[in-house]
Design a protein around this ligand. Structure first.
Ligand SMILES: [Zn+2]
Ligand SMILES: [Zn+2]
Length: 226
């Protein structure tokens, strides 16, 4: 097997389980060097709202809490958005290397076990982005993790891609989502909104606000990185 990211051959002894039950062999693996290059985030020492390094709720989350007093602030992100992650994301998302949807499949599968009974809802892409790239990076990594999801939201309008906007422009961006399903499909359900990266939180809050109009029982949010 080759590393999903750097393509170096991976030499390791098979586990007993993998020899006895070859179908349990992972479809894709990361080599140790690549795995070590990403920085996993820990809940301890992080803002409970967004997992930024902070002793308690960070100033951004405090501002969000004033705006959304009824919302549960408990975002989970798996990795720090630092150089290695940014490089990986650029290759996956902007170069469009769709094989990389497998890179974090094991970590995502493991993390999502903590959300039993939740409907996973990926943040939708604008049509223009989808046409450019040919795939939604979030549904890509969810599929690779073997997680089923439901596209509860549509994206209505598009301006510049997030990466070409300043932080201020991102914060000003108007509500870009609407429901893609009838409200009964959301009413009383637990929903986990999933995105690739948590930047300002704005994307997820816009999405949550639309879902809340259909009165779900609970909304939580999850991203690969923050
Ligand atoms: Zn590698
Ligand atoms: Zn925070």
């Amino acid at each position: 097997m080759h590393c999903n990211y750097c393509q170096k051959p991976i030499v390791r002894n098979l586990k007993v389980k993998e020899i006895l039950f070859p179908w349990t062999l992972p479809i894709s693996e990361l080599c140790d060097d690549c795995r070590k290059s990403f920085v996993p985030l820990k809940k301890a020492g992080s803002c409970p709202g967004c997992m930024r390094q902070a002793a308690s709720f960070c100033l951004d989350c405090q501002a969000w809490q004033r705006q959304y007093p009824d919302y549960e602030f408990a975002h989970e992100a798996l990795f720090a958005y630092e150089d290695s992650f940014a490089q990986w994301l650029a290759m996956y998302k902007f170069t469009g290397d769709y094989r990389l949807r497998w890179t974090f499949a094991q970590e995502v599968r493991q993390a999502l076990k903590k959300y039993p009974g939740f409907i996973l809802c990926p943040i939708p892409l604008a049509k223009e982005r989808w046409q450019e790239r040919g795939f939604n990076q979030t549904t890509g990594f969810l599929q690779a993790a073997g997680s089923s999801y439901q596209e509860l939201l549509h994206r209505t309008k598009q301006d510049l891609p997030q990466s070409k906007k300043t932080r201020e422009e991102r914060l000003r961006l108007a509500q870009p989502y609407r429901l893609a399903v009838s409200p009964e499909k959301i009413y009383g359900k637990k929903i986990l909104l999933v995105d690739d990266v948590y930047t300002t939180g704005r994307t997820l809050f816009h999405a949550a606000r639309i879902l809340l109009t259909a009165h779900p029982a609970q909304i939580r949010t999850f991203s690969l990185a923050r």
